[in-house]
Design a protein around this ligand. Structure first.
Ligand SMILES: Nc1ncnc2c1ncn2[C@@H]1O[C@H](COP(=O)(O)OP(=O)(O)OP(=O)(O)O)[C@@H](O)[C@H]1O
Ligand SMILES: [Mg+2]
Length: 237
């Protein structure tokens, strides 16, 4: 098992937002977390990626207990995290944003970044443009590309498709699938918008409601008529 989250509680100071959350991600698997605005999806990811304190439970990454690990050590352990907002440097160019994520000599780093950019033609065309001049979708793509430079075995994505046009959403989904299929990575993906477009690409899904994580579900079951509406709004369509 790549990621094993066992009974984790986390939040802000004395405010516990996520309680007793358990979920797993296997290598080569795309796992989604869905839930309405404000239920604690981002908080859960921050707990897992160790940027918020965990008050109960533990997080195990590929057999290693990372409950006490610092966030800046996680890339070295194979975990890449793309937060919901603000993970690119607006004043740096696309290429410079990528270069800061790579260790080693400048020439090796440049070569790695160029090879990665070949997988993202929209970014390659803008390699010398400041990140602040990119569209929201392009900036998300850059954040994902930066995370890929540490060759993560587990990629944690917080709403990578929110605010994007449906055609661009489909491109992001193709990128995520490629990670699973070509790189054999596991993906933990928070979906809030476009569940009907995103869920068919997912292997397993957890529903988060009021800080509590459900048992894993099959995406096809959520996509049956009326189920999402009932989960999100408590009504049967
Ligand atoms: N820094 C913070 N300090 C205190 N409370 C916070 C903080 N950040 C978030 N919260 C609260 O925690 C709860 C969960 O927020 P969170 O951002 O995890 O929700 P979310 O499910 O990711 O929502 P969205 O879909 O809008 O991104 C909310 O009630 C929010 O107000
Ligand atoms: Mg969020």
């Amino acid at each position: 098992m790549l990621l094993d989250v066992q009974g984790v509680s986390t939040g802000y100071g004395r405010l516990t937002v996520v309680r007793d959350a358990s979920l797993t991600v296997d290598a080569g698997e795309i796992v989604a977390v869905v839930g309405s605005n404000g239920v604690g999806k981002t908080t859960l990811l921050k707990g897992i990626t160790r940027s918020l304190p965990i008050t109960a439970g533990r997080v195990v990454l590929d057999g290693i207990d990372i409950t006490g690990t610092k966030p800046n050590q996680l890339a070295g352990l194979g975990l890449g995290y793309v937060p919901q907002v603000g993970s690119t440097f607006p004043d740096l160019t696309v290429m410079e944003n990528l270069l800061v994520s790579v260790r080693g000599s400048l020439s090796t780093a440049r070569e790695r970044c160029s090879r990665l950019l070949a997988r993202f033609p929209e970014l390659e065309r803008r390699r010398d443009q400041a990140a602040s001049t990119l569209s929201g979708g392009e900036r998300q793509m850059l954040a994902i590309a930066s995370a890929l430079l540490s060759s993560p075995r587990l990629l944690v994505l917080d709403e990578p498709t929110t605010g994007l046009a449906p055609l661009v959403v489909q491109q992001r989904i193709d990128d995520i699938r490629r990670l699973r299929d070509e790189d054999g990575a596991g993906v933990l993906w928070v979906i809030e918008e476009h569940p009907r477009i995103c869920l068919p690409a997912v292997d397993r899904v957890y529903f988060l409601s009021d800080g509590t994580v459900s048992a894993p579900m099959r995406p096809a079951d959520l996509l049956e008529e009326g189920v999402l509406e009932e989960l999100f709004f408590g009504v049967r369509a």
